[in-house]
Structure formats: C-alpha cells, structure tokens
Design a protein around this ligand. Structure first.
Ligand code: FES
Length: 160
C-alpha cells in the first residue's frame, strides 16, 4: 500500500531522522490514521513491514495509546476527560451532557458520521479542568453550556 505523495515524503524524512527505524512508529501511525481515517489491518501491516517490526508489536502500541483507533471516528472526535482533576471539577457532568447531546456513548459514532465520542483519561490540562478535546483542539474549563457552544459551532461548519 502507498500513502499520498506528501505523506510518503514525510515518512521518508522521518525514517532518516531516527537512529532506529522503529522509533518512527508512533508518529507514522498518527499520520497514517489522519490520512486513512483509522488504523486498518492494511495500514498496520504496511507500517510494520516498513519498520521491520511485527504486526503484534504495532498492535501493542495501538492498544496502549487512546488516541489511536482501529475503527473510523466521526469527522469530529470529541474526547471528554474524567480523571481526578476533571472529575472533581465537573467532568462527569460534562460527560453525561455530551452523551445526551450527541445521542451516542463511549466510542460510538453518530448516524451521519459527523461526531464520535469517547471518555478518556488525562491530557495534562488538569489546571484548566474539566477538559475536552475535539480532534486536535483543546477546550478548557468546560461546562455543559460551553460544550454546546463548541458543538453548535461545529454543526454550523465553523472551526477545525
Ligand atoms: S484530569 Fe483532566 S486533564 Fe488531567
């Protein structure tokens, strides 16, 4: 399998940047996921082959990182954080609101593929808890009201 020309170029650069090829595994998986939409069996096999590691080793890495997904996500992947700091500052209130508002649960995608939702651990934004992330954008001090503002903006086609 081949990726887009710009991604192939990026991969070639990355493979020369690390003393050991396998060190490029995590960034290659993230870039491939962004381009393909998920880490399919084909993507996993291709990257394993290029880095000289086994498919099992790639799957072990994917299983460790919550930001890696083997199933397609929504156009907007909403992650709500509920670990200690977020929990103490209303994270579960935001999480419950998110499930109700989007009509989906943990690791589910809505019917038109627009939004997916996931309850996750800490992103290191504990000082601004509760936190939420939509694709690569962080949102801090989230309330049900600010959650609605973000989602409504995305529904209107704004942002990201
Ligand atoms: S616990 Fe929520 S960002 Fe750290």
């Amino acid at each position: 399998m081949t990726f887009s020309a710009p991604l192939e170029k990026r991969f070639a650069r990355m493979l020369q940047s690390y003393p050991q090829k396998r060190s490029a595994l995590v960034p290659m998986l993230m870039y491939a996921q962004d381009e393909v939409g998920s880490l399919t069996d084909e993507v996993i096999a291709e990257i394993a082959d290029r880095l000289g590691v086994t498919v099992l080793q790639v799957n072990e890495v994917i299983g460790y990182y919550s930001m890696m997904h083997k199933k397609p996500l929504g156009q907007y992947h909403v992650q709500v954080y509920t670990n200690i700091s977020c929990m103490l500052r209303g994270g579960f209130k935001v999480w419950d609101h998110a499930r109700k508002t989007l009509g989906i649960g943990h690791k589910q995608v809505d019917a038109d593929g627009r939004f997916s939702l996931e309850e996750v651990e800490c992103i290191g934004s504990c000082c601004w808890a509760p936190a939420m992330q939509v694709n690569y954008d962080y949102h801090h001090n989230v309330t049900p009201e600010s959650f609605d503002r973000v989602i409504n903006e995305l529904k209107k086609g704004g942002g990201q």
